[in-house]
Design a protein around this ligand. Structure first.
Ligand SMILES: [Zn+2]
Ligand SMILES: [Zn+2]
Length: 116
């Protein structure tokens, strides 16, 4: 016998595709497929707990004028990540310079590293 069953599927709130939902906006909970995330949202990745937080463009725009607690935290995180990246670049440059100076004094080969 044949029986009809009801199936619940998640569809993209932007384009309506049934291909599957890739991310949900952390603010308005809008569900988006992979393509729509690329076009209509920004993804923030965390450094240590390896999470990805997605914010849709509308919420991103709104958060610039209205305070949103999640957005405030994400901006703080981006600031820290940028500071870390700058610090590590400066640190590496100093260490490489030191190492090259030592190499020069000891007649060893100097190396030019391309880091990051
Ligand atoms: Zn979509
Ligand atoms: Zn949103």
């Amino acid at each position: 016998m044949k029986k009809k069953i009801e199936v619940e599927i998640e569809v993209c709130d932007v384009c309506g595709t049934e291909e599957g939902v890739w991310e949900t906006c952390g603010v308005c909970q809008k569900a988006m497929c992979g393509t729509c995330v690329e076009e209509h949202a920004l993804e923030y990745s965390t450094m240590y707990n390896m999470n990805i937080v997605c914010i849709c463009n509308e919420c991103e725009e709104k958060a610039k004028t209205e305070t949103n607690p999640l957005y405030v935290l994400l901006q703080k995180l981006v600031e820290k990540q940028t500071a870390y990246k700058n610090w590590i670049e400066a640190f590496n440059a100093e260490v490489i310079e030191l190492e090259n100076e030592i190499a020069k004094m000891t007649g060893k080969e100097e190396k030019d590293f391309e880091l990051l």
